[in-house]
Design a protein around this ligand. Sequence first.
Ligand SMILES: C[S@@+](CC[C@H](N)C(=O)[O-])C[C@H]1O[C@@H](n2cnc3c(N)ncnc32)[C@H](O)[C@@H]1O
Length: 362
Amino acid sequence: MASDDATIWPLDPHGRVKDLILQRHLDAWLPIMTRSFRKLLYVDGFAGPGVYEGGEPGSPIIALRAAILNRALRNKPPDCELGFLFIEERVDRVAALREEVKKLLDLEPLPGWLKYHIAEGEFEAEMAGSFDRWSLRGRRPMFVFIDPFGYSGLPMSLIKRIANVPHSECLITFTYKSINRWAIHGDPQKERHVDALYGTSSWRDCRGDEQAMVDLYRDQLLAEGGFKYNCTFKMKDRLGVTEYFLAFGTNEPKGLTVMKAATWKADPRTGRVFSDADDPDQLFLDLPLDPLREILQCQFRGCGWVSTEDVIEFVRHTAYSEEKHLYRNTLGPMERERLLEVDRVLGSRKGTFKGAHRLRFV
Ligand SMILES: C[S@@+](CC[C@H](N)C(=O)[O-])C[C@H]1O[C@@H](n2cnc3c(N)ncnc32)[C@H](O)[C@@H]1O
């Protein structure tokens, strides 16, 4: 359960799915955009500490790794300057994030075409300041990930400014449970935050009706925000109660295609919902093993050499079996596709993992 107080907190199953959707989208978005534009910006507006309690990477690390370790971009660096702006309001989480970024860059140095900046402050104020500065230097397409715990500080007026910048996209956590819990009791201050979130006060007419609340937010992303396309993906908790929706807005048909490919992988049945009530890994059991590969990449890519035993131990904590799924079905193909380097004892054969000391996910 995410906590508002602790510096870091455990990763929920649906949090892991959220991160996989982000990673998959960026894996596809980065090569397309960096080949098409000279300047780009990636913003993580509610960045968090960069790590979860179990050592899993947070969204800023996932984004940095997606850019640094992208194979096509490594082989042929793009003629593009991509800036990462991570915004986080809490000083302890900023410190944790700086530490996580440093750990990553000690292992995988930042290529010259990438820059990053960690801003301690509030998303809305930092973005407003950035817009004022950029308007002097020309605007650059941006991808903005907006992942709050609550519903204040991400007004539709700001989404509109982002959507106005050509080729820009937003992925927003629309925290339905929190809105439903706190803003339905007629507290004027809370209601004003929800007014700003929607860019209208007419949400009051849909109070308590989940579908109507999310449909209105989607409509507002188009009508008030100015995006041409959008889609949503629902996350439910262990009891099957809706936690939040990921809402995606873009002006590019290709952007929508790429995001939908990511959400359909997360939910092959409908492409629209994930529930902690399902075993998070169970979902993937009868399907191709790409998810295990992606879970391993999400956990270990950019970590340098890791011991084979640590990887096996990690897999034990998922629904996958190291015997049945890991060696021949996942690590073997990854090595052949050069997504994995293996440090073996002298004389042991390529493709076998019995004599492997260390693995490096690239
Ligand atoms: C849900 S967490 C982010 C998790 C992160 N995106 C990830 O996936 O690893 C939300 C974060 O936003 C921070 N935060 C809260 N209000 C904020 C604001 N107005 N501006 C920037 N950060 C804020 C919180 O301290 C918290 O670290």
